[in-house]
Design a protein around this ligand. Structure first.
Ligand SMILES: [Zn+2]
Length: 269
């Protein structure tokens, strides 16, 4: 059982302009998976993705956040999970806006059918996108595993990605959204500075030297207007996502969706 909800209050309004100097900035992170023609719960077509980008641009104005000098990320961020080959199309669309995104790869899947190759990873990174780890092999019920196992997953995948990229990797995304403080501590020990969960909140917190961020998962059928409202910080949409996420947590099995889809493509038997 995951304890994703153990530290979250109901999503709070973004204190962007009214908060005092000590207030933590908020970040709205969106989770994409594949960009492909085939319909799937967690994928969008490239046309739909372009519509999302246009709607977000109109609603938000600025460019998405990527790591700068410090741990603070604010505004909105675009993140992609698992390592899908459809990211090549997504990157082309992002390039037109000069927007950068976070791409989180399952390192053992790199080079497999349906996934990015190592040279694809290098190419997208050279376009300015941020590559992070999504663990070695996307373990199910990640947060229930022991600390040594979790640390090994973060450390090995980070080292493998650094080897492929020739640069330091400082960000990661929790597989299946199975976050707890143990997962955060292990990420910190492995040297990650930015860890993205799947909890739909805009608030963030620190575990040692690692900043933990929430994210909002996007599913097929969501309109570009809805996606833009989420990105722009609409409290109503965030509350709906938060309620939906907690219902799904109760159903547990839903969390396997994206992983099962990729695994099916990578290991068809
Ligand atoms: Zn995943």
């Amino acid at each position: 059982m995951t304890d994703l909800g153990d530290r979250s209050a109901f999503p709070r309004p973004a204190p962007r302009r009214t908060a005092g100097p000590q207030a933590r900035k908020t970040l709205v992170s969106l989770i994409y998976h594949d960009i492909q023609a085939a319909r799937h719960r967690y994928s969008f077509t490239i046309e739909e993705f372009r519509e999302h980008l246009a709607a977000i641009k109109e609603a938000v104005g600025g460019a998405p956040a990527v790591p700068g000098g410090g741990p603070d990320l604010s505004g909105f961020a675009l993140t992609f999970d698992d390592g899908h080959v459809g990211w090549l199309q997504a990157a082309e669309a992002l390039q037109e806006l000069q927007w950068k995104a976070f791409f989180f790869v399952i390192t053992s899947a790199v080079g497999k059918a349906g996934a990015l190759s190592r040279s694809d990873v290098r190419r997208l990174a050279s376009m300015g996108h941020v590559f992070g780890t999504h663990t070695v092999d996307h373990p199910y019920l990640f947060s229930a595993r022991d600390y040594a196992f979790i640390l090994d997953q973060w450390s090995r995948s980070k080292a493998d990605l650094e080897d492929a990229l020739g640069r330091k990797v400082t960000s990661g995304a929790v597989p299946g959204g199975f976050y707890n403080s143990k997962v955060g501590r292990a990420a910190d020990a492995a040297g990650l500075k930015y860890l993205f969960t799947s909890e739909p909140v805009v608030t963030n917190w620190d575990v040692g030297g690692c900043r933990i961020y929430g994210r909002f998962s996007l599913t097929n059928g969501m309109s570009s207007r809805k996606v833009a409202r989420i990105a722009a910080g609409a409290r109503f949409e965030h509350a709906r996502q938060y309620l939906g996420w907690n219902l799904k947590k109760a159903a547990k099995s839903v969390m396997m969706g994206p992983y099962q889809a990729l695994r099916k493509r990578l290991y068809p038997s």
